[in-house]
Design a protein around this ligand. Structure first.
Ligand SMILES: [Ca+2]
Ligand SMILES: [Ca+2]
Ligand SMILES: [Ca+2]
Length: 271
């Protein structure tokens, strides 16, 4: 009889103690965990009672009203060739945001222009892009933070011309008409290549006997200059002029001219 009475009193005392502790923490204890061994347990709040007893107090995650917190990684600056050459974009190592919540962070996602991205594979264009990181807790509350990714085009255009030329002078001329051309490629885009002749003449003007060089240059849309390419045009006088007396000549005509634009030509062909 005495043993039963003692048990009843002990049970009552434990109930009162449980009620007092629950009232102190304003939330009922749902279970007892001796040590927080799982991730879920570690995310719960541990509190100390006024009696020196360590115990587990629960936040009420069923009625969670608290938003998570999130901090974005530092902003990044990368180059177009970070993921290989030849295109106008690159992937970037974005780093990892840090997020926490009073209950549990369920997801952390990254967005660009309101569309979710895969951070490891997203191709960032040249310029500055804002990445928004959003953490969502187990109750659907969210928090966001942003950082930027700046991509610089570090790939210069490449010029190709139609090759050095070795030609004879045109019949009756002290030079030759030569078709020259050049183009350029770039990882982004590039305009027309400009050619500058060493004699200052237009590209389609007669190329005189001797050597003329053309310096080809171009700049891409991101102001990167190509390595200048030089094209060499060599014109050889292989015409024979039997008598300067019999020729009348005209501009660019070697026959019979001692002075003027064909003087070099005459000196060569007549000895
Ligand atoms: Ca929360
Ligand atoms: Ca690239
Ligand atoms: Ca480029």
């Amino acid at each position: 009889m005495r043993k039963k009475t003692t048990s009843v009193l002990l049970f009552g005392f434990l109930m009162m103690l449980t009620s007092a502790l629950a009232s102190y923490w304003k939330a009922p204890a749902k279970k007892v965990v001796l040590f927080p061994t799982t991730i879920d347990q570690q995310q719960l709040s541990w509190k100390e009672s006024p009696y020196g007893i360590f115990a587990l107090g629960y936040d009420d995650c069923e009625n969670d009203t608290q938003d998570p917190t999130i901090t974005a990684p530092a902003s990044k600056t990368v180059a177009t060739n970070n993921d290989g050459t030849g295109n106008c974009t690159t992937t970037a190592a974005l780093g990892s945001p840090t997020a926490s919540d009073n209950c549990k962070v369920e997801t952390i996602k990254a967005f660009v222009n309101n569309s979710e991205i895969s951070p490891a594979t997203f191709e960032f264009p040249v310029g500055t892009t804002t990445v928004t990181w959003t953490a969502t807790d187990s109750s659907g509350h969210t928090a966001s933070a942003t950082h930027t990714v700046t991509v610089i085009d570090n790939e210069v255009p490449v010029i190709t011309h139609n090759g050095d030329k070795n030609v004879n002078n045109d019949s009756g001329k002290c030079g030759a008409t030569v078709n020259v051309s050049a183009s350029a490629t770039d990882n982004c885009s590039v305009g027309a290549v400009a050619g500058s002749r060493s004699d200052g003449q237009a590209l389609n003007a007669l190329y005189p006997v001797g050597t003329t060089t053309i310096s080809w240059s171009v700049t891409d849309v991101n102001s990167n200059s190509a390595i200048t390419k030089t094209q060499t045009i060599t014109v050889t006088d292989n015409l024979f002029y039997p008598s300067r007396k019999t020729s009348t000549g005209s501009t660019g005509d070697c026959r019979g001219r001692i002075h003027g634009p064909c003087e070099t030509c005459i000196a060569h062909s007549t000895g």
